[in-house]
Design a protein around this ligand. Structure first.
Ligand code: UT7
Length: 328
């Protein structure tokens, strides 16, 4: 069993998503491109991950994030001045400070307080849970929950075991108070070894740890095992707490890391393929942007009906997992 330091799960009646938006870079890098500088193949990447191509951002992440945010506002029918708070899930951007959300706030012309969180690939669900708590508390009415990630800047592009996996993207949801019951489950199992990236140590002359900058390192097999177990257990526990049978869930929106992980979770939940939408084949693993990117695609395709039951689940460095059961 996993050791869990977790936030208490609870049922809240407070949150509804009223708009979504996303933005991906124009520049497409197909699997074949890696064959030119790494000992890898399209065949290996496709069969082991389901990924065919990913988008790599050539510009600054805040621009992409602002486009996603504006699209979410437009979809919600709100103006920037209607937003009371921005929570941005982000692991890495060119800013150590200010927070990316502060930069985006200026770009979209909002005037509200802002905060960034780092929940790694599970960050969107952590941010959604925070928004839910703010809304329940009555502090704010409309909150922009944004995920903006550029893992391409963290990766070591000479390491075939990680750089082929990731892509850049930004995606957002506008959440408002009122609406349906929403259930969350968040867990953290502290583990630096399996998945980490070290910051630059700076040039403090008194630093004695000898630490160095290190790009993303991942023990893929260990993270894979953790992910399948965590996502399956979280979804089963959420549904059981909510008294919702798995067959009554219309959509399972999982972290878009690997098609094999998604299939393994689906097999354990014994639910049909159609309920597990995926787009990692086109965008790769976009860290915390993956779940809202998928949500936005479903929304824009007109696939979601008001009242649909959605289970979201994501996992990442920490090791963190987050899951959410909500109605559209
Ligand atoms: O969002 C963050 C969360 N992270 C994840 O979700 C990742 C979870 N893990 C995974 O998705 C999979 O473990 C990977 C896709 C990362 C790796 O797949 P795998 O089936 O677990 O492969 P492996 O790590 O066991 O490696 C198998 C072989 C190794 O060679 P040997 O030791 O068997 O000779 C690797 O060196 O594949 C080799 N390999 C590659 N070969 C060609 C690793 N990367 C590549 C590559 N191309 N890109």
């Amino acid at each position: 069993t996993r050791v869990r330091s977790s936030a208490a799960s609870d049922v809240y009646k407070s949150q509804r998503i009223i708009g979504t938006g996303s933005a991906v870079p124009d520049f497409i890098v197909k699997n074949e491109a890696f064959e030119t500088f790494l000992d890898t193949s399209d065949e290996w990447i496709t069969t082991r991950t389901g990924i065919h191509e990913r988008r790599i951002h050539e510009g600054n992440l805040e621009q992409l994030a602002a486009i996603a945010a504006k699209r979410a506002l437009e979809d919600a029918g709100l103006l920037p001045c209607d937003i009371d708070f921005i929570i941005c899930s982000n692991v890495y951007s060119r800013f150590m400070t200010p927070a990316l959300s502060c930069v985006v706030q200026g770009l979209i012309g909002a005037g509200c307080p802002c905060l960034d969180i780092n929940g790694a690939c599970a960050g969107f669900i952590y941010a959604l849970e925070m928004a839910n708590a703010y809304l329940k508390h009555g502090s704010y009415k409309n909150i922009l929950v944004l995920s903006a990630e550029e893992p391409s800047r963290m990766a070591d592009w000479t390491d075939r075991s990680t750089c082929v996996l990731f892509g850049d993207a930004a995606a957002a949801a506008v959440v408002t108070s009122g609406g349906f019951e929403c259930l969350f489950s968040m867990h953290t199992e502290s583990n630096v070894e399996f998945l980490h990236a070290y910051n630059s140590p700076g040039n403090c002359p008194f630093e004695r740890t000898g630490r160095k900058h290190e790009a993303v390192y991942m023990n893929g097999r260990e993270v894979y095992k953790f992910a399948v177990n965590a996502a399956t257990n979280d979804i089963i526990a959420l549904c059981s707490n909510a008294g919702v049978e798995l067959c009554k869930v219309d959509w399972f929106i999982l972290h878009q890391a690997n098609l094999r992980i998604l299939d393994a979770v689906r097999a354990r939940l014994t639910q049909p393929k159609e309920k597990f939408p995926h787009n990692m084949e086109r965008f790769g693993n976009t860290s915390s942007a993956g779940v809202p990117l998928m949500l936005d695609q479903l929304n824009r395709d007109g696939a979601l009906n008001r009242g649909d039951v959605i289970a979201m689940s994501a996992f990442g460095a920490g090791l963190t997992t987050g899951a959410c059961l909500m109605r559209w």
